[in-house]
Ligand binder design. Structure first.
Ligand SMILES: Nc1ncnc2c1ncn2[C@@H]1O[C@H](COP(=O)(O)OP(=O)(O)OP(=O)(O)O)[C@@H](O)[C@H]1O
Ligand SMILES: [Mg+2]
Length: 254
């Protein structure tokens, strides 16, 4: 298959972006796809969640985006089998350095151009910043996790506006891969209402797979493990396995 770059984004914090990046990546790998995760969030949660000690990182997303080191020198092999471009704290200053560089929206796209993976999954920070714009310029498609709660749709129109701007200028081929409901609690009637609302708003674009609220998903990152390693029988594991199949189907147009 042709390489497919997915940016996982929502400028709202704590909606399940990183959890989705880690576990989607691991289950795509289980489908025998080669997968690279790119952590562009200065918080570095995808990096630590994949079991990498941030203290020991010598080259990261920063060097990648500044073209200071070739991708082969930065990529780490994680225990889960997916490759990772890690983040260290220095990424926070990258944004400032980028602002003055020419073609600053395309640094990530340029850096990833020659790499050969079936899937590249980008974990975005909770902001609509230059880093996020770099992800949108580099991506074939976007996946938006939405937490099934009262203010779920708030901020999404602003997000879609930015996506539209990127489409009309930097990246005309950018597509919405899908919207993913996360932390869903079936016992909660409000969650059902939010689901209906999101489905009406994003007709045909909401993934059939819904990620349930599952404490095992919240526990796994503190052990640096994916949900597959931590508890492959959990509801969270089954949901992300099913999401990977659905994502692959959509991304490969089958
Ligand atoms: N389905 C779930 N069930 C229970 N807890 C979850 C689930 N998904 C994520 N969490 C927990 O919720 C918190 C936020 O999730 P996560 O870090 O994936 O969100 P995020 O959107 O990446 O956050 P940020 O915007 O800070 O980067 C984390 O503590 C995570 O472990
Ligand atoms: Mg995150």
């Amino acid at each position: 298959m042709a390489k497919h770059v997915i940016a996982v984004l929502n400028q709202k914090g704590g909606v399940g972006k990183t959890t989705t990046v880690i576990n989607l990546a691991v289950y795509l790998k289980k489908l025998n796809k080669s997968v690279l995760v790119v952590d562009i969030d200065p918080q570095g949660n995808a990096t630590s969640g994949l079991g990498v000690n941030k203290q020991l990182i010598t080259a990261s997303t920063k060097e990648l985006m500044l073209g200071a080191a070739p991708i082969e020198r930065i990529v780490l092999q994680t225990e889960a089998g997916v490759h990772l471009i890690p983040t260290s704290q220095e990424l926070a200053s990258l944004e400032v350095e980028l602002v003055s560089s020419e073609g600053r929206e395309f640094n990530l796209r340029r850096a990833l151009e020659r790499s050969n993976y079936d899937y590249i999954i980008i974990d975005c920070p909770p902001s609509l910043s230059l880093l996020t714009v770099n992800a949108l310029a580099a991506a074939d498609s976007i996946l938006i996790p939405v937490q099934a709660e009262y203010y779920a749709l708030e901020g999404l129109s602003q997000l879609l506006e930015v996506v539209q701007l990127v489409k009309s200028g930097l990246n005309p081929d950018l597509e919405l891969l899908g919207v993913l409901l996360t932390m869903f609690d079936r016992r909660n009637t409000l969650a059902e209402q939010v689901k209906t609302e999101v489905e009406n708003h994003f007709k045909g674009k909401v993934f059939t797979t819904i990620i349930p609220r599952n404490v095992r998903l919240a526990e796994a990152p503190s052990y640096g493990q994916s949900i597959h390693t931590y508890d492959k029988r959990s509801k969270g594991a089954k949901a992300y396995h099913s999401l990977a199949k659905e994502v692959h189907k959509r991304a490969s147009g089958k």
